[in-house]
Design a protein around this ligand. Sequence first.
Ligand SMILES: [Zn+2]
Length: 389
Amino acid sequence: MSLDLPRYRSFLKQLVAEPSVSCAVPSWDMSNQRVIEHLANWLESLGFSCEVMPIPNHPGKFNLLATLGKGDGGLVFAGHSDTVPYDEHLWQSNPLELTEKEGRLYGLGATDMKGFFPAVLEAVKGLDARKLKQPVMLLATADEESSMSGARALAEAGGLKARYAVVGEPTGMRPIHMHKGILMESVRVKGAAGHSSNPALGNSALEAMHEVIGELIQYRHELQQRYHNPGFAVALPTLNLGCIHGGDGANRICGECELHFDLRSIPGMHNDELRAGITARLTPIAEQRQLDIVFSTLFEGVDPFYQNENSELIRTCEHLTGQSPTSVAFATEAPFFREMGLQTVVMGPGSIDQAHQSNEYIELSQIEPAVNTIRRMIEHFCLREMPSA
Ligand SMILES: [Zn+2]
């Protein structure tokens, strides 16, 4: 069936017109319900059965899982329904009104990643459920750009009954088989303030923090000795000391000091182990100096993602797109699908260069190749008789 570009445009226009910002800043955070409702309506009209999952403890946030066909070896096209916040003044057009100019569709989320869903809708139209050997599924999640609460809720609810996942983040349809993980953490040292003339009048949080920083730099060094992956532009895990706040004057013993840092891990590393490793280094400092060190997380973090290049999914994507698999520098929901046991690839139309930017757009020329690749993936994984796993 040929590509109906006006239909693609009309679907994307409606998705862009429904703001669905997710953000840790409450004044920015919005419901994604309208985006989910549009997708569910369109998919139901194509014969999909749709399940809308409210996200526990996140009122107004929903995932959508739409399924056509039966079986547990399905192919999931997954994307997030939310966007980052936007600054209207920096846009040359209304960010919530899809605007076509010079072969590009401008709008908030056009490339990251509302534009993926209408491409899947184009690819699945006319599919006959009776001919499917395995189901085709579309998953739209909440809060990918903030807490990833949608993917987490899905994992906690038991995951997905499927074998393959395509996370349609903008990669210019190049298959991505790995990315780094990320942690953002806080260390707060609580000592005791006092007059600087006598050290016995307080307990310096700043001096304890000096030791904390020394330990973190040493830990980074050890991680970099152990882990190395030349498939990344930055082959080593990194740990960046991002900001520090503490103390109130030169003649006062510093009572409190707080440090924020991030840690970007590579495949083979696990966020839980990293947090345990850091805790093990901070506890002795607190004991020895008799003060409190509170180690906490600024956001829940994402594990690194890795899918073997020789897996059937990556091989198939490589074959269909003619592009070799590579890594990216941004994090996605892909590690959640790996954790659920699915072969996973990150691959979608558009470019990450336009994501999280004012005047975000998707090139119209990207749509047809994306739709064709998605169709051929469905033929490969859902219309043929598959060997049992
Ligand atoms: Zn995205």
